[in-house]
Design a protein around this ligand. Sequence first.
Ligand SMILES: Nc1ncnc2c1ncn2[C@@H]1O[C@H](COP(=O)(O)OP(=O)(O)OP(=O)(O)O)[C@@H](O)[C@H]1O
Length: 433
Amino acid sequence: MDKKNIIEIKDLETSFFTHLGEVKAVRGVTYELEDGKVLGIVGESGSGKSVTSLSIMRLIDEPGTIKSGEINFNGEKISSNRRYIRKLAMNVKQKRKEELKALKELFKEHKDKEKYMKDRKEILKKYHQILKGFRDEAQSQLSEKEMAKYRGNEIAMIFQDPMTSLNPVYTIENQMIEVIRRHITITQEKALEEANKITNVKKREAKIKDINQGKLRKVNKKEARERAIDYLKLVGIPEPEERIKQYPHQFSGGMRQRALIALALSCEPKVLIADEPTTALDVTIQAQILELLKKIQDEIGTSVIFITHDLGVIAEICTHVVVMYGGMLMEKGTIDEIFYSPQHPYTRGLHRSIPKDVVGQKERLQPIEGSPPDLLNPPKGCPFSSRCPHAMKVCLEKAAPLFKVTDTQESSCWLLDKDAPQVEDFKKARGTV
Ligand SMILES: Nc1ncnc2c1ncn2[C@@H]1O[C@H](COP(=O)(O)OP(=O)(O)OP(=O)(O)O)[C@@H](O)[C@H]1O
């Protein structure tokens, strides 16, 4: 069977322009989510996992912006760097203003009006071209309004703290009905059933024509409520008919996370992005939520991006893994490749820092020494080089490209560059790696 990617991220760069400078949160990340699979994004705090997925949802707030790269959903480009283009255009306009001012000053003395007008025209023409380029690029991208159709409907997101997504002043019922009615239409079958009850022939035929053209009405309040209860049942909320009438604070933490998953799934998204959905929960509840996500994946086949800093959790649920560090992609592969044949020293470091039961005893954990790079001033080479036990000169100078290990595994480490002389020198100096 052909593999189909439901999400593709290519060379994504997302930054925050703070008063201290540009925080380069995501620097050239490329990965894909196969339809029907669960992709785990793993990495320490601050590695850019959340910013990458917020970029997919286009939920990056000021002063953040996607600078470049592409995000495709089902083959369609959904990313936009309009905000960054606006920023660049503002800088260009400022430069134009300064150049025109300087010209004016110059001609105050020379007083050659004709030459002044000619030079002025040249400057305006030059900047007009640049600004037109920006305008054309911005116009070719999906607008915010068009993107809103994807958010919730096609791609939904759940967060670590469900209270940030649930409104405390509305009941679960109100919130679910509102979201479902915004996104869900009745089935064609149901619409035809209703249309066939219309006695006036002309009206009936017109209605059927509309239905066949895909014009379906949105679900009504009663239908939305039934759907909400079905989803609460699916996620394991007991007595959903009663619990639906309650407010979020009347739910326990685990139940709130379940309710949020029900809310996200009730719109039948093709992709669910779960950002550390179990981190705030205690261990037993964590396991239950993971079980639930697995069940949903089995039963509905929703593709999932699962973000976590815990490699152990990844093993429970994911089919594929992306390892991020310092805003960059370090390694990607299938779950078996990342667990049994990790190639990047950072991935190996992560392995050593997860608890493993060794004959009933907990093995001593080895945290990776050092701290992640400052993304305001990221190193020009591999972001892991300052903590890497195998770092070579080349690692400090240049970040490695992704080297292919197998058809499904790629790793961004110079040690995999068989042709590089440095690798041989390194091996000679330190023995086999
Ligand atoms: N609004 C913001 N303004 C400035 N910098 C930001 C903002 N949001 C995120 N960042 C920076 O972007 C970088 C990546 O953050 P991100 O939240 O993606 O990391 P993460 O891997 O998801 O970490 P965590 O596991 O802690 O959520 C961090 O250095 C962070 O400080």
